[in-house]
Design a protein around this ligand. Sequence first.
Ligand SMILES: [Zn+2]
Length: 281
Amino acid sequence: MMNEPKDADARRAVEPVICYPVETLPSPDLPLYHEARAGAELVDEVLVLRREAAAIEVPAGHFLRMQSVDGPQVGDLNLFAAADLAERFYSGKTRALHGTHITTGDRMWSCFPYLRPMATVLADTLNWYGIDASGGSVHDVIGTRCDPYTARLLSGDDYHHCCHSNLTRALADHTGLSLNEAEAHVHDVLNLFMCTGFTRDTGQYFMKASPVRPDDYLELFAEIDLLAVLSACPGGDCSTVHSSDTAACYPLLMQVYAPAVDALEGWVRPQVSAYSRTHGR
Ligand SMILES: [Zn+2]
């Protein structure tokens, strides 16, 4: 440990500054979305089996509900532009803009060079949870996804039902890509219903039993045509372990609701970033 400088306390005491003030972001028209949702009808659904993943397409202007059924369960969500897998969810920038965990009114942003809202969180039955005494909260964009590479690194075993592999198989099945091709598109997730944070003493990523119960849901408004792939994590409620068949696991339900014709009058799909991409040359 290096010796502290004399002004160490003063250096620590400077006020933090928010990196990305979001006041200048165009804000979603939540009242319009809610009005459209009120008249929307169920048009598609899929049950994500435990320790598996499933894919569903969500046209722009439609609503995606992801719901707990049977028991407490967390999910790992990948989002793609339906027409172009290169445009995918960017958890790092979403975190920088909205914080470590997302809830109603926050948006899920796509990667460079697109950087536009892919989806807006319209409803979250767990938004009462807030930030607990451990610094934990739900729906994180700080974790990555459980995967067989890290599992092997830490335990020496191969486990094939980590979210990374579940997402890879489901994406391959939906698109017709090979497993290797599909795997290259799998990215850091939205940890649906997962309760996480960083320990204050060591800064380590922690998880605790999710407060989710059957019938809880998170609902997204699709800002663009989406392909959503959701894994029912082998960690179950993530109260103990993951990357094994040890934890009690339950399915998750994905439902797509279509708005009534003209219900979204005046709404326009967000465009990709207008940055010139000349990078100073
Ligand atoms: Zn997982």
